[in-house]
Design a protein around this ligand. Structure first.
Ligand code: ADP
Ligand code: MG
Length: 233
């Protein structure tokens, strides 16, 4: 599903430059649940942003579902991004003045899907994340864990090929973090390809594979026994 080869990325600020990704190689197969782990500043978000087509590498190859992602014009890039990718962020990124239902259905509006189907699909995914009864509530009326569930429903509603999550549990307490990861495990069990960025070891161990990033390089890439939320209690 994802192939990256010798990916490099630097940031330039005035006369200074910072070499953040120094030759990243890895592949992700369809249906995998992978975490990208590393300490703060190791380049995790930079890598995820490139995978999410929110940013471009300076050098190297990125192939997403057999499509080479390079020098695409913004219109085509946006089309692939919308079709292929779903995003989950640490800070949820919900629209505060819209209900849970509207938050989930809005991206479908931009895809030209008619109102009735938008609402049906949004309700389906809210049910999936256990929030059917909260569909008419505003984000401010929801707990952190519930907000992240809405964000997950929103990401799933477009049925992306790959789900990219940047520190999805970063703003949540420990118990809620495990519950959100358990939801992510369940979505992966149904076949979705998912990448989770985290700096937390026990969150990473809830995925089947851990890619360890340090100083812009992968220092370890291993298959692990996936811990289930129930094993944490
Ligand atoms: P992580 O997500 O692992 O914490 P990031 O990918 O966000 O790491 O950042 C890696 C390094 O790149 C950090 O030193 C950070 O300060 C720097 N950095 C990130 N984004 C930018 C940017 N837009 N401009 C300049 N430096 C950046
Ligand atoms: Mg980050």
């Amino acid at each position: 599903m994802i192939q990256i080869k010798d990916l490099h990325k630097s940031y330039h600020m005035g006369s200074n430059s910072l070499h953040v990704l120094k030759g990243i190689n890895f592949d992700v197969k369809e249906g995998e649940l992978v975490s990208i782990m590393g300490s703060s500043g190791s380049g995790k978000s930079t890598l995820l942003n490139i995978l999410g087509m929110l940013d471009e590498a300076d050098e190297g190859q990125y192939i997403l579902d057999n499509v080479p992602i390079k020098n695409l014009n913004e219109k085509i890039a946006a089309k692939y991004r919308n079709e292929f990718l779903g995003f989950i962020f640490q800070s949820f990124n919900l629209i505060n003045y819209k209900s849970a239902l509207d938050n989930v259905s809005m991206p479908l509006y931009y895809k030209g899907i008619k109102r009735k189907e938008r609402t049906e699909r949004a309700m389906h995914y809210l049910e999936k994340v256990g929030l059917a009864e909260w569909s008419h509530h505003l984000p401010s009326e929801l707990s952190g864990g519930q907000k992240q569930r809405v964000a997950i429903a929103r990401a799933l509603a477009s049925d992306p090929k790959v789900l990219l999550a940047d520190e999805p549990t970063g703003a949540l307490d420990t118990k809620t973090s495990y519950e959100v990861m358990e939801l992510i495990q369940g979505i992966n069990d149904e076949g979705k390809t998912i990448l989770v960025v985290t700096h937390e070891d026990d969150i990473a161990h809830m995925t089947k594979r851990i890619v360890n990033l340090k100083d812009g390089l992968i220092i370890d890439d291993s298959t692990v026994k996936q811990v289930r939320a129930s094993e944490h209690v």
